[in-house]
Design a protein around this ligand. Structure first.
Ligand SMILES: [Zn+2]
Length: 216
């Protein structure tokens, strides 16, 4: 099974990606994870990446593409793979198509975990974190017993600056603008499978399993 998973921040993509990788017995390849690991291990790639980040620049497509190309040649990818965080742009998607041709394989499906902007806004702006122990809460979905107070340590709960309405709206706009052409790209190739990400985690998973079974 060769899969891509897409979904906006707050759609629960990470949870579902881990389950899919386990269910299909394929490696979960996340560009974010690869980049973080490379930086931590101080590899040649890691130093290059750190250079871009320190300079406040995006990692160029060519670098990301090269990283994925190498990763897909690893023996564990023979069974298949689940790509997460790649491709993010049309040039990356086209590069992936060329890689797959070279490897003599095809994508099985692109799973898009779709959640409306309104629902995402509610999910993301409702997050609160304990200042003392870091326990996460949500004002609607996982509220503490006493508003604003941590159940575990009595610490004060706060909202990360990333989670304010203005910042979340901006992030979602960037995401939508960036991914709309990609979704269209895979829709045209008849690979796109829309998953209703507004259901609860277990029901989203059931929907995904239904899609995966249809691919076998
Ligand atoms: Zn706490």
């Amino acid at each position: 099974m060769r899969l891509l998973i897409m979904g906006p921040p707050g759609a629960g993509k990470g949870t579902q990606a881990a389950r899919i990788a386990g269910y299909c017995n394929v490696p979960h390849i996340s560009t974010g994870d690869i980049f973080r690991a490379a930086i931590k291990a101080d590899t040649e790639l890691g130093m290059k990446l750190k250079g871009y980040l320190d300079a406040g620049q995006l990692v160029p497509d060519a670098v990301t593409i090269e990283v994925i190309k190498e990763r897909l040649k690893e023996p564990d990818c023979i069974r298949g793979f689940l790509l997460d965080g790649f491709p993010r742009t049309i040039p990356q998607a086209e590069a992936l198509d060329r890689m797959l041709v070279d490897l003599g394989v095809r994508l099985s499906a692109v799973l898009n975990i779709a959640v409306s902007p309104e629902a995402l806004l509610q999910r993301l702006t409702g997050r609160r974190i304990c200042r003392k122990c870091g326990t996460p809460y949500h004002v609607v979905f996982n509220p503490p017993a006493v508003p604003g107070v941590c159940d575990r340590c009595g610490g004060e709960l706060y909202q990360r600056s990333d989670d304010t309405e203005e910042t979340v709206k901006e992030r979602l706009e960037v995401y939508t603008k960036q991914t709309a052409p990609l979704l269209e790209y895979y829709r045209k190739q008849r690979l796109l499978k829309e998953i209703n990400g507004e259901l609860d985690i277990e029901d989203v998973w059931k929907e995904i399993q239904g899609v995966l079974r249809g691919l076998c």
